[in-house]
Design a protein around this ligand. Structure first.
Ligand code: ITT
Length: 192
């Protein structure tokens, strides 16, 4: 098994990554060394994903994969977007703030975005892939699976929020799954 650092501090992302990749590539994902604190000051998911991957590779001396993701809401001009993790201080407060801002909004269209970046041990980019999942912002939270904004995101083509889908269902249609689906051939190539 080839080891790749997964450049995250978010354990939910790691769980989803492992479930999506299970049995499909010969890679063991490990967490970054202590002191991993990338500065996410880019203005795009692509830029921040690359910053995270490079910082993990620099600290560990190993190849790294990063996930930068977020929720982009049409009525909020694409916000919270790259600021999704910092929109308020807790997941519940982030949901409350978003629903509050959307109180009057008739247009509830939104999308989850995930940009995955794979770099080698020197920080050279091997691949960068984007996955999106389109939906609508619900009027109230529903469901307990998943994490983050899942309880208020109704997936297009279903009447359920992402938090009402099973783990297996989410991992088939999510932004993360769609980014990884394109990344998997590079992971396979890399792992031999
Ligand atoms: P790392 O940077 O350490 O990977 P993070 O949680 O800070 O972890 P991001 O900067 O990429 O990650 O912010 C992503 C935020 O977007 C995340 O904290 C959630 O609030 C939201 N998000 C991303 N993917 C999600 C998903 O599958 N379901 C619900 N919310 C999600």
């Amino acid at each position: 098994m080839k080891k790749i650092v997964f450049a995250t501090s978010n354990e939910h992302k790691l769980e989803e990554l492992k479930a999506i990749c299970a049995g499909r590539c010969n890679v063991e994902f490990v967490l970054p060394p202590k002191g991993f604190k990338p500065v996410e000051n880019g203005v795009t998911f692509e830029a921040n994903s690359l910053k995270k991957a490079r910082e993990a590779a620099r600290l560990s001396g190993m190849p790294a994969l990063a996930d930068d993701s977020g929720l982009c809401v049409d009525a909020l001009n694409g916000g919270p977007g790259i600021r999704s993790a910092r929109y308020a201080s807790t997941p519940q407060k982030r949901i409350d703030k978003l629903l509050d801002k959307m109180d009057e909004a008739i247009d509830r269209r939104a999308k989850f975005v995930c940009v995955m970046t794979l770099v080698d041990e020197n920080g050279n980019v091997l691949a960068q892939k984007r996955g999106e999942c389109h939906g609508q912002i619900a009027y109230e939270p529903s469901g307990t699976n998943g994490f983050g904004y899942d309880p208020i995101f109704i997936v297009n083509g279903t009447e359920q929020t992402m938090a009402e889908l099973s783990e297996e269902e989410k991992n088939k249609i999510s932004h993360r799954a769609r980014a990884l689906e394109q990344m998997i051939e590079f992971l396979k190539e890399f792992a031999g």
